[in-house]
Design a protein around this ligand. Structure first.
Ligand code: BMA
Length: 316
């Protein structure tokens, strides 16, 4: 059984709730903002690139959709033709958004935008290093005086295997000391590609990161979610990496759609009762809700992993 319990009314957000031409909604960034659950959703038509669209809810299940997509600031280098997979981090009183920024002839880069109110968005221009990079997730605290992010530099062919990296910055514009944090594990559910998922959650035992792993089958890729625990002082150090996924495609809405067999998250919201909720993209088509106990997620980092310090997983 999955560590995450899926909401019985899933999917919680579908394209039908959006204006007519939106055919797919998925992979939202999510935060609690002004007493509401706020989702920044990838919204796509059949013909046009993905845009961001906000959806808001008091109870986390019934959403009101903004009338228009987000007014997104244009980069100095010229317009993007596709933006997707926003990760929203609250740090030092403002929200920093990291997302995949695609432009014709420029490849894909991590775009960085700040906001305080989710109305006005201001771009933080990034130093150009000529490399594709996405799946960037900013930690919610500076560590050793620097911003820290998980990211995923990659080649031009997005079907190729790729590692999850960690990088540091003093100003959110120049990123340094990029190093490989984790590699795919042959023979496992994350055998082909891995990348950051949710904004890491501080726990007593370390930073809990919910990441995505891709497995290659004879009939295409499967995207699942797993967990890893990173050292609080030195997040480049892995304390324990779960051997098993914590959420995977198993229902029709997760297995059939724009892209088959995809569960993908850009968020995790810790709740006061010790649970964590995620809004996850399902088959790149709609959005599901799932909850787990934070303690169970931390425990799952030590399960099925021969290098784990201790095997103590027990469902309560
Ligand atoms: C990844 C990203 C995600 C997408 C996933 C499955 O590489 O592009 O936005 O959900 O592939 O298609």
């Amino acid at each position: 059984m999955s560590i995450f319990q899926k909401f019985s009314g899933n999917p919680v957000l579908t394209p039908e709730q959006f204006p007519d031409d939106i055919m797919y909604v998925f992979n939202p960034g999510a935060v609690k903002f002004n007493g509401e659950y706020l989702l920044m959703v990838d919204a796509a038509t059949a013909a046009t690139p993905i845009v961001f669209w906000l959806a808001r809810s008091r109870d986390g299940v019934h959403f009101t959709i903004d009338p228009e997509p987000v007014e997104w600031p244009v980069p100095a280098a010229g317009p993007e033709n596709c933006v997707y997979d926003p990760r929203i981090t609250l740090i030092d009183g403002e929200y920093i958004l990291m997302y995949a920024s695609q432009a014709a002839g420029r490849g894909v880069r991590t775009g960085v935008v700040r906001t305080r109110d989710f109305r006005k968005f201001e771009r933080i221009e990034q130093e150009e290093n000529g490399r594709n990079n996405r799946n960037s997730v900013l930690f919610p605290e500076k560590i050793g005086g620097r911003y820290v992010r998980l990211d995923r530099p990659m080649g031009d062919n997005e079907l190729e295997p790729s590692d999850m990296c960690i990088s540091y910055s003093r100003d959110l514009a120049h990123w340094e000391e990029s190093q490989v944090l984790m590699t795919p594990r042959p023979g496992c559910w994350d055998s082909h590609k891995i990348g950051g998922g949710a904004v890491p959650i501080r726990t007593e035992r370390g930073w809990l990161e919910i990441y995505h792993g891709v497995d290659r089958t004879c009939n295409g890729f499967i995207y699942r979610l797993g967990v890893v625990l990173l050292d609080l002082e030195n997040p480049a150090e892995i304390i324990a990496r779960g051997g098993l996924p914590v959420l995977w495609p198993e229902r029709c809405y997760e297995m059939q759609g724009r892209v088959m067999n995809v569960t993908f998250t850009c968020n995790a919201i810790p709740e006061p009762d010790g649970s964590v909720r995620i809004y996850y993209g399902a088959a790149d088509s709609c959005i599901g809700l799932a909850t787990a106990k934070l303690d169970d997620l931390v425990a799952a980092c030590f399960v099925g992993n021969p290098t784990a310090e201790k095997f103590f997983f027990r469902r309560s």
